[in-house]
Structure formats: C-alpha cells, structure tokens
Design a protein around this ligand. Structure first.
Ligand code: NAP
Length: 227
C-alpha cells in the first residue's frame, strides 16, 4: 500500500472531488482535502487508502503548514471551488473576489507550494474547470471569468512544467449533480432534476483517464457534457 503513488484531491469532502477520490483510491494513496471534518472522516472510512487533509485553502499559512511534509506528489487534483453567480449589474466586488480567491488564487498558490514535490514525482496536475471556462454566458460573469483565468493558469503551468516532466490537464464538466449545482438551479428558480446532469463519477472517470494515460501521452483538455 505505501508503495502506491500519492494523490492530493481538494474539495474531496463532497461532489466531484469526493468522486475523484473514490476513482483514484484503488491505485493511489489519497489525501482528502476539505474543511468539513465530519464529511472527510466519512469519506476516509469508505476509502481505506485515504486520509483526511483538513485545511481551509484560503488560509495560506495553514496551507503552507499542511504541505510541509509532502516531498513527493504524483497527482494533484484541484476540485475545491465556489460558484457565486450574478449579472454585472448584480455582482459586487465581494462576489468577484470570492470566485477568484478560491477558483484561481488558491489553485495557483497550492500548486506553487507543491511544485518541488510534483517535479520530484514527475507528477500530474488536474484542474477541475467548467463549461463556463470555455463559454461565458449572461448572469455567470464572476464565476466564468474565474474559470477562464483558471484555464489560463493551467495553460501557463503546462508550458512551464512540461519540460520538468509534469503533466497538466484542464477538465471542463457541464452541469453535474452536486450541492453546487443544486444551489445554482435554486438561484435560477428552476426545477432540480438530477437525471438531467452528469453524475460526479462520470467526471471522475475523465480525471482517471487523464492521470492513467500512457507516459507518452498528455491529455491537456477534456470536455465532458451531459448526454
Ligand atoms: P461542491 O459540491 O459545492 O463542493 C465544493 C468543494 O469545495 C467542497 O468539498 C468544499 O469543501 C470545497 N471548498 C470550497 N471552498 C473551500 C476552501 N476555502 N477550502 C477548502 N475547501 C473548499 O462543488 P462541486 O460541484 O463538487 O464542484 C467541484 C468543482 O467542479 C468546482 O471547481 C466547480 O467549479 C467545478 N464544476 C462543477 C460543476 C457542477 O455542475 N457541479 C460543473 C462544472 C464544474 P468543504 O465543504 O469541506 O469546505
């Protein structure tokens, strides 16, 4: 077990991150990122090859302390995210800040702190982006802009770190049946019908495909839409 590669999955307490942790656990030791310690304990009980990694990712002192003992990391999956929507007229500075803080700044800083460990393992960084990181629609400004920025971050990271053996994949899921999607649909005033959306494990399968690609292949961007 201890010889298995090490993966850190943020946002693993629920939703897409929890599904990614499930998909990786048979072949990886998995650190489960999140703030909800009760949910992390439940996930860890389901997955013997995992353990909780509880940290508020926007507390950078806490993040520095939490990564201090990671000197080799094979897979880093950024799934933690927030979706504060609103038109340009409605969304204030705080909405823009919250989206950019968690969806961009946290992703950049956690990656930066873990770069030596990722280089040591010739590891893989997966950024869970969104369809909103490819197409910006009315009412989605602060979230879409943060996801466009996250895509630019992943492209730059790939260009800089591919020579060091690090692979970088942006995954762009469409609407997925999670608490985040429930909140979005409630805000839109629509009826929540889970069968209309992707299952979190369907997104996790795309992450697994990227991470388990043969060494000569680099899956750079994956778009996953509900059928
Ligand atoms: P979710 O169910 O709302 O889960 C969000 C996760 O992010 C939780 O595990 C939460 O952990 C974690 N998180 C948020 N802020 C954090 C912070 N400051 N520090 C640590 N952890 C934090 O969301 P989801 O639907 O699974 O979304 C996962 C990713 O997929 C996001 O990047 C989202 O933008 C993207 N995405 C989602 C959809 C969709 O339709 N659901 C579609 C496309 C892309 P705690 O609760 O433990 O704090």
């Amino acid at each position: 077990m201890t010889d298995l590669p090490l993966a850190l999955v943020t946002g693993a307490s629920r939703g897409i991150g929890a599904a990614v942790a499930h998909a990786l656990e048979p072949s990886h030791r998995v650190l489960l990122g999140g703030r909800d310690t009760a949910a992390l304990a439940e996930r860890a009980a389901e997955l013997p090859g995992s353990r909780p990694w509880p940290v508020d990712l926007s507390d950078f002192d806490a993040v520095r302390a939490a990564v201090a003992d990671i000197d080799r990391l094979d897979v880093l999956v950024h799934s933690a995210g927030v979706a504060e929507l609103g038109t340009v007229e409605e969304a204030g500075a705080e909405d823009w800040r919250r989206n950019f803080e968690v969806n961009v700044v946290v992703v950049a800083e956690l990656t930066r702190l873990l770069l030596p460990a990722l280089r040591a393992a010739k590891g893989h960084v997966v950024v869970i982006n969104s369809g909103a990181g490819l197409t910006a629609r009315a009412g989605w400004g602060p979230y879409a802009a943060s996801k466009f920025a996250a895509r630019a971050f992943a492209d730059v990271l790939r260009a800089e770190e591919e020579p060091n053996g690090v692979r970088v994949t942006s995954v762009h899921p469409g609407r997925t049946d999670t608490e985040m999607q429930r909140a979005i649909v409630a805000g839109e005033g629509g009826e929540y019908r889970p069968e209309k959306y992707l299952r979190p494990d369907s997104v996790a399968m795309a992450v697994l495909a990227a991470v388990s690609a043969s060494p000569d292949a680099h899956l750079t961007e994956l778009i996953v839409r509900p059928r």
